[in-house]
Design a protein around this ligand. Sequence first.
Ligand code: HEM
Ligand SMILES: [Cu+2]
Length: 534
Amino acid sequence: MNSTDRTVPVDNYLTAGEPGLAGWLCTHDHKRIGILYAIGITFFFFLGGIAATLIRLNLIVPAGALMSAETYNKAFTFHGVVMVWFFLIPSIPATLGNFLLPLMIGARDVAFPRLNLFSWYLYVGGGLFTIGALLLGGVDTGWTFYTPFSTMFSNTHVVLAVIGVFVVGFSSILTGLNFIVTVHTMRTVGMHWFRLPLFVWALYATSLVMVLATPVLAMTLSLIALERLFGVGIFDPALGGDPLLFQHFFWFYSHPAVYIMILPAMGVASELITCGVRRRIFGYRFMAWSMMAIAVIGFMVWGHHMFVAGQSMYAGIVFSILSFVVAVPSAIKVFNWVATLHKGTIDFHAPMLYALGFVGLFMLGGLTGLFLAATALDVNLTDTYFVVAHFHYIMVGGSVMAYLGGIHYWWPKITGRLYPEGPARFAAILMFFGFNLTFFPQYLLGYLGMPRRYHAYPEPFQWLNVLSSAGASILAASYLMPLCYLGWSLWRGAAAGPNPWRATGLEWTTTSPPPVHNFPLPPVVNEGPYQYCP
Ligand code: HEM
Ligand SMILES: [Cu+2]
């Protein structure tokens, strides 16, 4: 890393404005709001992580080492709800997205700064409901809240939990709206659509999904609450309802939602990779369009979650074919990342290590998605650990890797300070290793027939579970490391200067940390992104 000016500017968004807590809790600055989210999602990540640790500890011995079946159900439900809605969905868009979107398009802020702050309060409010449900005794339905169990049989705090998710859903919708309007109306002079950085394209595609899919979730969850509280017959057959309807509604949101988790990660990976090899991204327009294609086609494949749920064979065939279709743009992206890396001189700094980890793990997750999309295979694999491995490869191997890569890459911009490179590389490598040790055995477990969501299992499955639990402890350590060295760098890190990576992109043209309104004068753009000359 090198740069020209090594002093941290005194007048930046961290130091300017109202001092103290009030200055943060009432801020309208997209950069500060990004940091508020970062604090929130870090909190929930470790909360969900504690539940994961308990789950993996329990599964070390076949009889279940730690918990009763009921407690186990509550542990994986809490883990799932927290990780999906309070960590993965907001992770990249709400933290890095909020911080970077205006900077990358040369704007002073997002289109609706107050709404942006309000979205953060909704996030916190939803979180309080969800934690409330836990403190009062927990929920045992799984993060999918499947009916009829959630509406008729569970006697846990389902209503409180769905209110929490309902509320945080609105945070997501409003953030999406804000981003869409920002990209449409606030691009600086010369910033045409096809000059946008790919991370901005990713945020735009993600925002469309957030705005169009999340209301369906909100509606579905309110119907659960209505049915539980007032006996309205939507899902209960005895009242004229249909439990399968719930699964359609739920996955109509939740399949697109998996793209809310992965599209921003794809955007981050593109930025990291092109900077790390100092080459223009291969097939920029394909990269942008394939994200839009994923966002659109992602709405047509929800039925692949219901192949064995009693849906007609013909519906199954259509959903299977469409699932293969949505894999095409994902494959295009992987191909283009590899083509960008090809023959380049790769700089193996920490963000690049995370990005490479992302590409590899996402590929393994995506390919096994095709196994599941083939109906004949899915009949055997559904509700086994194979599915658990599949979605963890995508969501943890993919999204979390990219999120951490992005945090490292933009850390100098956000804080004005450099992080220590050695520990960061070590953590990235340890994470890759720990991740594979945790989740690869789960593919084998699933293939051998171990069902998911059981607190006990037959003896022959033990050794693979022990491997997985061992991996989980390595993984946990690798997640704690960034917390330590990044925290350390806040006080001890060297001043970063405006552009420590010698990267292109408007965010690197302003000081680190940026001033309150980002740029002294609105920047003018007269070329496409990623003009690297090696
Ligand atoms: C790109 C990001 C992706 C993410 C984040 C993701 C995530 C998930 C999640 C969370 C589940 C489990 C849901 C549950 O039952 O709890 C799942 C299942 C599934 N995924 Fe993916 N997935 C992705 C990509 C794909 C792709 C590209 C395909 C197919 C081409 C695919 C096919 C499937 C199928 C068929 C299932 C259902 C398996 C079953 O329940 O038997 N996924 N995925
Ligand atoms: Cu799906």
